[in-house]
Design a protein around this ligand. Sequence first.
Ligand code: DGJ
Length: 694
Amino acid sequence: MTRTYRIDDTRQTLVLAARNDRLPEVVYWGPRLGADEDLDTLHAAHAIDVTGGMLDENPDLSLCPEASRSFPGQPGLILRSGDGTPLLPKFCFVDVAQDATSLVLTYRDADNRLDLTCRFLSDPATNVITCQTALDADRPVHLHWLAAPVLPGPQQSDEMIDVSGRWCGEFQLSRTAWSPGMRYRENRTGRTGHEHFSGLIVPCRGATNTRGEAYGFHYGWSGGHRMIAEELPDGRRQIQWGHAARMETEAAMHFSTAPLYIAYSDTGLNGCAVAFQRHLRDRIVTWPKPDAPRPVHYNCWEAVYFDHKLPVLKDIAARAAALGAERFVLDDGWFGERDDDTRSLSDWTVDARKYPDGLHPLIDHVHGLGMTFGIWFEPEMINEDSDIHRAHPDWVLGSEDQTLGRQQKALNMALPAVRDYLYDRIAAILSDHQIDYIKWDHNRVLPMPDASQTRGSYALIDRLRADFPQVEIESCASGGGRIDFGILQRTQRVWLSDSNDALERLRIQHDAALFLPMAVTGSHVGPRVCHTSGRTLDISFRAWVAAQRHMGFEMDPRELTDHEASVLKEVTDWWKHHRHWLHKADILRLDSADPAVIAEQQLAQDQSRFVVFAGKAATSAQIVPRPLRLTGLDPDARYRVTLVNRDTATHLSRGAPLLKSDALVVTGTYLMHHGITLPWSFPERMWVLEGEKL
Ligand code: DGJ
C-alpha cells in the first residue's frame, strides 16, 4: 500500500509518499504538477534500483530518516531516555489532517512511546512552504538532535550556496561543491550569529540570479542552528535543519524544531529571494502601523558614542530633522553610568549625570522637530560592574570564570525573575516616555548554546510587544548577529551590519536580499571617513546605498559641508517620494556582466515601474561599462528609462550615451536581452535608473 500527499502553491508542488505505514519521503519537489498527476506512479517511479554492495531494499530518505531502518546517513532524530539509554525510534502512521494549504502527519513509535508530527503549510501568495517537526514522549527524554522535515537535495546541482560572515562583513556567500559525505554547519554561539546565517540556496546547474532553477531554505530560529547537506553513498542527497545539537539541556516530554521555510524557483536565485522577501514582509513581521511609511532614521551612535550631552544631541537632532530624518534613535550611553562599554549594562535607569531632568527634555525637543523617538537597550546582557550584578550574581548565564565578551556576560533568560526584572525596567521607560522604537542589541555570543535562553528572550519580547503594541523593535547584535525569521516575528527591522562603509554595505545588503526585503533592512549614511574601515567615500554614493533599503543617517551632521547636506537631502527626498512602492517591491539581483558592478532592480508589485541601482564596487577590467541586463519585465511592453543622477557624470565621461541627455524608450525584450548601456563612472559611485511601463 502507498500513502501519498501533495502540497501545492501557485508555483511549486511537493509530493510525499510512504510505503505502508512508514514515514513518507519527498518524491517530487519542483514546478507545480497538474491535478491529474498520479502520485502512486510518482512514488513507484522515484524508487532507485538495487545493485551489488547494497542492501536488498533501499532505506527511505524520509521526513525523519531512521537509524533503525539502516539509513546510511545522518538520522533525523537522536535521543536518549531519561536514564541515558539511546532510543532508536521506528515510526508508524497514525493520522493525517489536510486542507487546501496545510498538511499535518502524525506517527507513533509504540515501543518507545514517542509521537512524531510533521507539519506543512503552503502559501499561494508568497510561494514559501513552512515545515516543522515536533516530538512528544509520555515521560521526559533527552534530545540530542531533531531535524525539521528532511528534504532531498536536487540531483541537477553541482554546488550549494550558504552564508557565513563576521562583524562588519555579514552575509558572505560560500559556494561548496556537492561531494560524497556531509557539509555540516553548526552554530554553537547561542545566537543566529554573523558566522552562520541559517540560509541555503541550492542552485541547479547553470542557474544565475535571474535564470534557472534553485531551491531555497531558511531555518527561523535565533539560538543557533545546524545544517547538514549530505550526499549518501548511493548518490541521493539530504538536507537537514534543526537547532544546534544538544541545546535542549533538560529532559522533556515535548520538543519542536523551529519553522523551516523552503521555496522552489524556476526564475533563478531571485525566485527564492522574492519568495523569502515577500513571506518575511507580508507574513512574518507584524507591523504596528502596516500602512505607515517607513520613517527615515537618525541614529546618534557614530556621532557621539557614549558622550551624551544634551545641547549637542539637540543640535544634532535639529540638523538631522532638517535633512529629512523622521525618527531619532538614542543609542547606547543613556543609562546607569555608562561612559564606556565596561559598565552598567542591566542598570536600566536614566543616567542623572547626563540627563539631570531625565530624558523628557531631549524627547520633547525631538518631538518638537516632528520626529519620533527611539531608544537603545541590550536587555539580555550584564556588566560585572553594575548594580544588578552586585545584587544578583546568580542571574548570570554560565560559569563565574567564563570568558567575557565586550566586557559583559549574558543574563539567564530562562529565569522568570530575570525576565520580570527586565520587563519592569523596560516597561517603566516605555510607560514614562513617548517612545515608539527600541533598538534591541545583543553584543556577545553565549557561553554555550541553550534553547531555553532563546525561548526566554522570545518570551520577554512577546510580553513587551503585547503590552506596548505600538512600539517597533530593531534586532541588532553587533550589527547583523541576530537576523532570522524567528526574531523577525517579533521585530520590524534589522541592523544589518555595523559597517556604515557604503562600499561594504553595497555588497552586504545585495547578498542579504536573498532573504531580506527592503522594508526590514536598515541602511544608514555613515560618516565621510568610515569609522570601521577608514575609507573615505563620496556623499552621493553613501546616500544612494542607504536609499536602497530602509534609509537612515548615522554620521554627525555637523561634519557635513553645504554640498554634502544638499546631496543628502536630495536623495532622502527621492527616497521619501518613492518609498510607498519600494516598500512592497521585489529586490531582484541582476546578472551583471561586469564583476565590478553590483546591480539590482527593485520591481514594483504591479510591475508598472522599477528602479535600478548599479553600484560600481571597483574599477572595471575593461574600459567602458558593459550593458546591464534587466529582468522580470514584460517583453512586449515599452518602458521609459531615465538616469536619475545623470548630473553627477564625471568630466572623464566624454561621450554621449543617450541616457546622459535623455530618457530611453525601449521594449522589455531589449532591456532584458541587450541591456542598458550606462555612462562611464568612477568606482565607488552608483548609477540610479528609474523605469516606467508605458
Ligand atoms: C553594537 C551595535 O551594532 C551598534 O550599532 C551600537 O548600538 C553599539 N552596539 C552600542 O553599544
